[in-house]
Design a protein around this ligand. Structure first.
Ligand code: C2E
Ligand code: CA
Ligand code: CA
Ligand code: CA
Length: 280
């Protein structure tokens, strides 16, 4: 390699080098972990304002042999970058189908119950998304209407026509669509009525401020009113206190997700929680 004159350049080099090596190391570890079956799916219930369970969200976790349980924030971006996200999504969807089968067999859900999965930007842009999803669903006898696809608001700010087209196609196949992290993106509000969505999730950052002051309250109230005027049910994510729940109920929130109700749980714990919730 080329001989460097001074230290100025080589000073920065190891940092970039290390960063790249870390990424590649993680990518190789994800590939290994997929084969070793280390990824698993947690489920967090969603309830109506009265407290009855109406659905659940699937959230991926990595059960690492030496590092312990790893949350998506530490690997999703790398999985997206290295083309591994669809493989992870297939694992999540398989786990979702297994859960729905189990709940159906136990007669503790009806066909209004659906499980949400999070869709990445690169998947949403991919023409293969629909067939990938349908391939897994066909291995089970699960209907598309039992699957809700969460698409973040930020994915809907680029090529709007293209986004609407993609959503429309998914909807025609029976999938239910939800806009996640609402309020954090830049989607034009006038387009909201053109999106074929059945749910809007208010981002946790707004729920965090709902008790702070009039401004925090009024932002959430405005989002709820807007969605209501378009006949789109609204979910509050990250609800942690009873006071928040009461404030949201006063604003006519439709459903709730958050640690106040339950944290994301392993499948068997979720099933126990679900059955217990029905008895209350
Ligand atoms: P998200 O879709 O906005 O999911 C909500 C996150 O908030 C989850 O974090 C959940 O565990 C957490 N949460 C729920 N209720 C509360 C609460 O009351 N308080 C607090 N502090 N947190 C709460 P998690 O599971 O770490 O997931 C983080 C993000 O990773 C998700 O954000 C989603 O964007 C992404 N993600 C998770 N699973 C998948 C997946 O299977 N595929 C893709 N593409 N992304 C995923
Ligand atoms: Ca989500
Ligand atoms: Ca969110
Ligand atoms: Ca998020």
């Amino acid at each position: 390699s080329k001989k460097k004159g001074g230290n100025a350049y080589s000073f920065y080099e190891p940092t970039l080098q290390t960063l790249l090596e870390n990424h590649i190391e993680l990518e190789i570890d994800i590939v290994r972990a997929i084969a070793a079956d280390e990824f698993c799916t947690y489920f967090q219930p969603k309830t109506c304002a009265l407290g009855y369970v109406v659905g659940a969200e699937a959230l991926i976790r990595w059960n690492h042999p030496t590092k312990g349980l790893i949350v998506p924030a530490d690997f999703i971006a790398i999985a997206e970058q290295y083309g591994l996200i669809q493989a992870l999504q297939n694992i999540v969807l398989r786990d979702v189908c297994i859960l729905i089968e189990q709940l159906t067999a136990s007669h503790v859900i009806d066909d209004t119950f659906n499980v949400s999965i999070n869709i990445s930007q690169c998947q949403f842009n991919s023409a293969k998304l629909k067939t990938e999803l349908l391939t897994t669903l066909n291995d089970f006898s699960i209907s598309t209407s039992q699957i809700k696809l969460e698409i973040t608001e930020s994915m809907l700010s680029g090529d709007i026509d293209n986004a609407i087209q993609q959503m429309q196609e998914l909807k025609e196949d029976g999938f239910i669509l939800s806009i996640d992290d609402f309020g954090t993106g830049y989607s034009c509000l006038t387009h909201l009525s053109a999106f074929p969505v059945k749910e809007l999730k208010i981002d946790k950052s707004f729920i965090d401020n709902v008790l702070d002051d009039e401004a925090g309250k009024s932002i959430v109230n405005t989002i709820i009113s807007l969605a209501k005027s378009l006949n789109i049910p609204v979910v509050a994510e990250g609800v942690e206190s009873l006071a928040q729940l009461e404030a949201l109920k006063a604003m006519n929130i439709d459903s709730i997700q958050g640690y106040l109700i339950a944290k994301p749980m392993m499948k068997d714990d979720y099933v126990k929680w679900h059955k217990h919730n029905l008895l209350q």
